[in-house]
Design a protein around this ligand. Structure first.
Ligand code: NAD
Ligand code: GLY
Length: 367
């Protein structure tokens, strides 16, 4: 198979705002995958200090000469996912005199993607943007679906907007430079799709985990394709999370509490989600929905992905609850959790008896 034959395309079906997800090797150097989605000649590439030395030049080399290309290189890290960083993007756009027909390109992981999307949503009341995700997590999750924004010291992703990209270009070659801890964090979101929606995919992941961890190109592309297919379907059915989209948050309510309590960046988002999914599975078992064998299976696939099996030692019940009470899924002070009604099947549940939740938070393993 040639490299161009390896490129596969999905669509996020949102009527006139529908967009393609192109997945394959070598996409960075192929302008034809990008130029149809530019609003005009002005292009602002947003990236960070880690990704720029790796991929910025290769990306720019692939752009047609007639474009007016500028760049903003932000500092790296979840703790930089702030309004101040987004303001740097707006400053650069204004300094360059970019108008409403400019296009922002997010070249990097989920942090760059979420901030660039939010900058695009607000600049001159909304301009085009394209996602070029370079981490596994951003390729399977954050680049698709139009959730954009920044963190607030009191809660993760609390400031933001729904703003869909014009296209998502996933160059799977970029994963070659990804640290293995980041690969594992991305695998958490891949496992999530199997757990909430697709038991066959979960079984496939259990079998393919060693190949995924040694970056087998074909297996990785298949995992990314199947993950994006599920995400695209869910987003098309419920773009602004009135219902089914909330199921994509399996493990996130617990995970966000870990991230916020530990300080953004101490635990990677995917690591916290991995532990959070195990907590959600255990709570589902205690509610009578999963068997011990099911929970052991979840624990095994989390361990195979090299994700943490236990919560931070310094987090007490109230530390979890303080952040969980602020979760965006809650309605009228009722805590709503994504739980597993079976393996491969998730539900949004707002009737967990508080004493059951507190017992789980108290006796879930710590490390
Ligand atoms: P990240 O953006 O911080 O990237 C992880 C690290 O990898 C960073 O140091 C980054 O510079 C580096 N990196 C990126 N690409 C690389 C490459 N190819 N080679 C080497 N290093 C590379 O983290 P992430 O895991 O990509 O994304 C996490 C963020 O995404 C969180 O802020 C989370 O809230 C957000 N998120 C958003 C959504 C959404 O729907 N918008 C969904 C899930 C997660
Ligand atoms: N990552 C959750 C969502 O996009 O809805």
């Amino acid at each position: 198979m040639s490299r161009s034959d390896a490129i596969r395309t999905l669509s996020v079906a949102l009527d006139e705002r529908s967009y393609p997800i192109h997945i394959g090797p070598g996409l960075l150097g192929r302008p034809e995958t990008l130029t149809p989605y530019l609003a005009g000649r002005q292009v602002m590439i947003v990236t960070n200090e880690t990704v720029a030395p790796l991929y910025l030049e290769a990306f720019k080399r692939g752009l047609p000469e007639e474009l007016e290309v500028r760049e903003v290189v932000l500092p790296d890290g979840e703790h930089t996912k702030t309004l101040e960083s987004v303001a740097r993007i707006w400053d650069a756009l204004l300094a360059a005199g970019f108008n409403r027909r400019c296009t922002l390109v997010a070249l990097g992981g989920g942090v760059v993607g979420d901030m660039t999307g939010y900058a695009a949503a607000c600049y001159q009341r909304g301009v085009a943007f394209i996602q070029v995700p370079t981490t596994l997590l951003s390729q399977v999750d954050s680049s698709v679906g139009g959730k954009t924004g920044v963190n607030h010291p009191r809660g993760k992703n609390m400031i933001g907007a729904f703003w869909q990209p014009k296209a998502v270009l996933i160059d799977t070659d970029t994963l070659a430079t990804l640290p293995s801890r980041e690969l594992s964090a991305g695998l958490a979101e891949v496992i999530k799709y199997g757990l909430i929606r697709d038991l066959d995919f979960l079984a496939w992941l259990e079998a393919q985990m060693p190949a995924l961890r040694r970056l087998d190109g074909e297996v990785l592309r298949e995992a990314i394709y199947r993950s994006c297919a599920i995400k695209a379907e869910v987003v098309a059915a419920d773009e602004t999370e009135q219902g089914a989209r909330a199921l994509l948050n399996l493990g996130h309510t617990f995970g966000h509490a870990i991230e916020a309590h530990q300080g953004y960046g101490a635990w990677l988002h995917g690591e916290a989600v991995g532990t959070g999914m195990l907590m959600a599975a255990e709570l589902s078992r205690r509610l009578g929905w999963l068997s011990e064998g099911d929970v052991a299976r979840v624990a095994a696939v989390i361990a195979a992905a090299d994700l943490p099996p236990a919560a931070p030692a310094d987090m007490g019940v109230e530390d979890f609850l303080a952040v969980m009470r602020l979760d965006k899924k809650n309605i009228d002070a009722r805590l709503r959790l994504v739980l597993l009604s079976g393996l491969g099947d998730a539900c949004l549940y707002d009737a967990t008896p508080p004493e059951r939740l507190e017992a789980l938070l108290a006796d879930f393993p710590r490390r």
